[in-house]
Design a protein around this ligand. Sequence first.
Ligand code: NAG
Ligand code: NAG
Length: 122
Amino acid sequence: MFKKLLLFTLTFAIFALAICDNTLSISQFQKSAWDGHSGWEVTILNTDCCNTVFDATIIPESNFFPETIWSIELLSENKYHFPDFLTKTGLGIGKNFTFGYINKSGTPAIFNFMDVKFQSNN
Ligand SMILES: *[C@@H]1O[C@H](CO)[C@@H](O)[C@H](O)[C@H]1NC(C)=O
Ligand SMILES: CC(=O)N[C@H]1CO[C@H](CO)[C@@H](O)[C@@H]1O
C-alpha cells in the first residue's frame, strides 16, 4: 500500500512539473482505470503573482484520445478553453478549477496553454 502511494505521489509530482508556465500550472490525478481506459481529473491552478486569469486555450499536445471530456469547453478542433462561468468570474490568484476526461489509454495526456487572458488585480 505504501509503495503504491509513493509511486502515485511521484507520478503526480512529475506530471505537476511537466507543464508549467508562470501563470497557470496543471496537474492530473488518475481517478480510475479499466481495460485500456483511464479517467483523469485535471486541476488548473492560477500560480500568477498578480493577475486573475479569465481564459486560456488548453491544448492537448500528445497522448490525448478522449472518449469524454467534461467541465471545459471546446474552442475548435483539439483546443479547449475555460468554461463559460469562469470567463466571467475569472480564476483568482491561487485558485483552481478542475476538469476531467477519459482517455482510451493508460497514461495521461500532455496539455499546454496559450492565449492566457488576464487582468491585473492592482
Ligand atoms: C483547489 O481548490 C480547492 C478548494 O477551492 C482546494 O481544496 C484544493 O487544495 C486546491 N487544489 C490545488 C491544487 O491548489
Ligand atoms: C491505448 C489507447 O487506445 N490510447 C492511447 C492513449 O495513450 C496511450 C499511452 O498509454 C497511447 O499509447 C494510446 O495510443
